[in-house]
Design a protein around this ligand. Structure first.
Ligand code: NAP
Length: 499
């Protein structure tokens, strides 16, 4: 199957518009649904990073001088090409990452949307003009590119996250060095090919495959990379941030989540069940916005449990290329082991397991990494299963007595990415959107489903104040420049020569 879609058996780095053999070892990219090797990926060394940064630095000088509306034309072509290749990209995405094909199509669509949205920014990139306090003086602010941008992405959204970061960077006049996750390099290969075919000048996008500790670290340490935009785990993010701090390098971090759905006593329970299933078990719970806590009003707890159990029974688990499958595999053995550990932790903490909790090992599941959708109930807010990111299809119900307690429990975690509330009470809706402390809030919908023209990111331990996607993404990849033009013909001193 992969052979039919992917014309190569081993990937190459993309540096200065050339496809370059690895200077190091390679690793197998394994389909988590079947255990089969899909392709070999280079494990490059820091030397490849140096080559990529040198190429990017040279290319960026020219690229920044191309008028932004013309830079944007490349992205319009990229969006059209991604649209034409959507089905192929989605199938390859399912093969390398495991998410079910319907979700893979959705993820590619997100990239297409981002291409067209950021292409539109080529004719905006708005700054401000503002009156000067002095006569015959003009004042304005404008965005300037930062130069060479380093992008480090995770395996769980291998194409969408890359487009959230690289497209705003490119339209703003930067050049990019991108290190994709080693588990999911195929989307990077395909996207680089599209950018090349769409006419992006050589060196504006460079892809270096390899491990985080080698390639990622070399990017973080490289003095000519002026911004690092990272999405991944908190441990890695902290490590990167501390290194960037020492170098006074701009760093944008999007990290973990412990997202909750709140179900109030007046909620439409059928709708809430649909929202919970989609948010908790879609992508097998391996989304940063996945719902892993359900904060439920005690008056509807039993009814919610019953309905969830009925619907969970219907979830089909298997290879996501089969259109009938709803829950795909876990990315790798390490991910599976982590989930198993949290099942034991939850049991030991005294939460009651109502469904799931095991690795699937029947004949048709033996070669992949499959974990059964799992429901704990009677969890308390302070349990580790209610505090720590599990990154698997495991959800814990936490009963509460009131709206106020629900908000408190939602906010009582170190993360702050996404939250949701199901209620029919308009007063609660407005209080919730004010008081929930996450970067994203949904009302009468689950915790997932971000649209690309809104800011994406989280508060507290999820991020460091920046946002991906939306117009806010431009702030990561540009510097604000203030420009004053004095046409009075004399020296006018601000704050002093004011009449
Ligand atoms: P990860 O282990 O932190 O890896 C993320 C990326 O960082 C990978 O490309 C990885 O490379 C690289 N990396 C690892 N060590 C590095 C180092 N020392 N220096 C520089 N780069 C390094 O995270 P993951 O397991 O792939 O992703 C899952 C996590 O991402 C979850 O916590 C999830 O919540 C989070 N996430 C957050 C968002 C958001 O927007 N908030 C979105 C999606 C995912 P290799 O893996 O190739 O070694």
């Amino acid at each position: 199957m992969a052979e039919a879609l992917l014309e190569v058996r081993s990937l190459k780095n993309f540096i200065n518009g050339e496809w370059i053999e690895s200077d190091g070892k390679t690793a197998a990219v394994v389909n988590p649904a079947t255990g089969e090797t899909v392709v070999e990926v280079p494990l490059s060394s820091g030397g490849s990073v140096n080559d990529a940064v040198a190429a990017a630095k040279k290319a960026q000088k020219e690229w920044a001088l191309v008028p932004a509306p013309h830079r944007a034309e490349v992205l319009f072509r990229v969006g059209s090409m991604m649209k034409e290749r959507k089905e192929k990209l989605a199938q390859l995405l399912t093969m390398e990452n495991g998410k079910v094909i319907e979700e893979a199509r959705g993820e590619v669509q997100e990239g297409i949307d981002m291409a067209f949205y950021m292409a539109g920014e080529g004719r905006r990139l708005f700054g401000q003009t503002t009156p000067s306090e002095l006569k015959d003086k003009f004042a304005m602010s404008m965005r300037a590119p930062v130069g060479v941008v380093g992008i480090i992405t995770p395996w769980n959204f291998p194409i969408a996250i890359a487009t959230w970061k690289s497209f705003p960077a490119i339209v703003a006049g930067n050049a990019v060095v991108w290190k994709p996750a080693t588990e999911t390099p195929i989307m990077a290969f395909e996207l680089a090919k599209i950018l090349e075919e769409a006419g992006l000048p050589k060196g504006v996008m460079n892809v270096v495959f390899g491990s985080g500790s080698e390639v990622g670290d070399a990017m973080v340490e490289h003095d000519d990379i002026r911004v690092i935009s990272f999405t991944g785990s908190n441990d890695t993010g902290r490590n990167i941030a501390s290194k960037c701090g020492m170098k006074l390098k701009k760093v944008s971090l999007e990290m973990g989540g412990k997202n909750a759905v709140i179900v109030m006593d007046d909620a439409d329970l059928d709708l809430a069940v649909e929202g919970i299933l989609w948010s908790a078990f879609g992508t097998s719970g391996q989304r940063c916005t996945a719902c892993s806590r359900v904060i439920v009003h005690e008056a509807v707890k039993e009814r919610l449990e019953e309905r969830l159990l009925v619907e969970m029974e219907k979830l089909t688990i298997g290879n996501g290329l089969d259109e009938s499958i709803k829950v795909g595999p876990i990315i790798n053995q390490a991910g599976l082991e982590k989930i198993k550990q949290y099942i034991e932790i939850g049991k030991a903490e005294g939460a009651k397991m109502l469904a799931g909790g095991y690795v699937l090992n029947e004949d048709d599941h033996q070669k992949g990494n499959y974990f059964s959708p799992t429901l704990f109930t009677d969890a308390t807010a302070d349990m580790r299963i209610a505090q720590e990111e599990i990154f698997g299809p495991v959800v814990s119900l936490i009963p509460v007595k009131s709206f106020e307690e629900a908000i408190e429990v939602n906010n009582g975690v170190t993360y702050g990415l996404s939250s949701s509330i199901f209620t029919a009470d308009v007063n609660r809706v407005f209080k919730a959107q004010r008081d929930l402390d996450t970067g994203i809030v949904y009302v009468n919908a689950g915790t997932t489903g971000a649209e690309i023209h809104l800011p994406f990111g989280g508060t507290k331990g999820t991020g460091n104040g920046h946002r991906d996607s939306g117009v806010a993404a431009l702030d990561v990849f540009t510097e604000w420049k203030a420009v004053y033009v004095d046409y009075s013909g004399k020296l006018q001193r601000a704050q002093i020569d004011v009449e």
